[in-house]
Write a protein that binds this ligand. Structure first.
Ligand code: CA
Ligand code: CA
Length: 229
């Protein structure tokens, strides 16, 4: 039996590191060097003091719906989150960063933001990618959330990973981030079949958008989930 338990332990510790380390790994933005030493005067969504790092400033912006760009002054620790770069004024020490448009497609449902990532990765890489966004691989808590995700998969014509595994105890499905038991399932009629030790799962178009368990090295599209707040 080839169980990828160490990988999952790694994922979980990475997840907690991201929660307590306040989003160290944001990388989905780029510098707009033509706007060095300027600050915005319009469309400001948040103005923050005593910000320790660029990633902390970026996470303030990521948490504000509508934020597309932010301005950070490393020296003074001041950070502006804005929805535009309108009405710029000169102010020494600031740099502007623009968030990549792919990151702006977060959808709101219930208490979370959801981002469909249209790139096929194995579950470990998918979880890593979500972590860099201050999020986790989507974990379904309610039937309503499952319906929301199923509809997303149907509309976008994709299969998506779910943040669950039974790698620890065969047949006992738990959330990747907490190891708590999965409270509801939506398996297709012939799954989970654990064919050749399948310990990861997702919403599968080829199973009528019900859940299928599959090998953890399977590459699929995926959804990152981030709590609002
Ligand atoms: Ca299994
Ligand atoms: Ca299966």
């Amino acid at each position: 039996m080839d169980h990828p338990v160490p990988l999952f332990v790694l994922i979980i510790s990475l997840y907690y590191a991201s929660v307590f380390g306040a989003f160290r790994e944001f990388s989905e933005f780029s510098r707009v060097s033509s706007n060095d030493n300027k600050i915005p005067t319009l469309d400001i969504l948040g103005e923050y003091e005593a910000i320790q790092s660029l990633s902390e400033c970026s996470s303030r912006c990521f948490k504000r719906p509508g934020c597309t760009t932010f301005f950070f002054n490393r020296g003074s620790g001041k950070c502006f989150a804005t929805s535009s770069a309108n009405g710029l004024e000169m102010f020494d020490g600031f740099m502007q960063f623009s968030i990549q448009t792919s990151i702006l497609q977060w959808r709101i449902f219930g208490k979370s933001y959801y981002l469909l990532v249209k790139s096929k990765l194995a579950i470990l890489e998918a979880q890593r990618h979500c972590l860099t966004l201050g999020a986790k691989l989507v974990e379904v808590d309610t039937p309503e959330e499952n319906t929301f995700l199923t509809n997303m998969a149907i509309q976008e014509n994709v299969d998506i990973h779910l943040g669950i595994t039974d790698a620890f105890v065969e047949g006992q499905w738990v959330f990747l981030s907490s190891l708590d038991p999965v409270p509801l399932v939506n398996w297709s009629s012939r799954n989970p079949d654990n064919y050749r030790n399948q310990d990861c799962a997702g919403i599968a178009g080829y199973e009528g958008y019900k859940w299928d368990d599959y090998d953890c090295s399977s590459k699929m599209n995926f959804v990152c989930e981030r709590l609002i707040g």
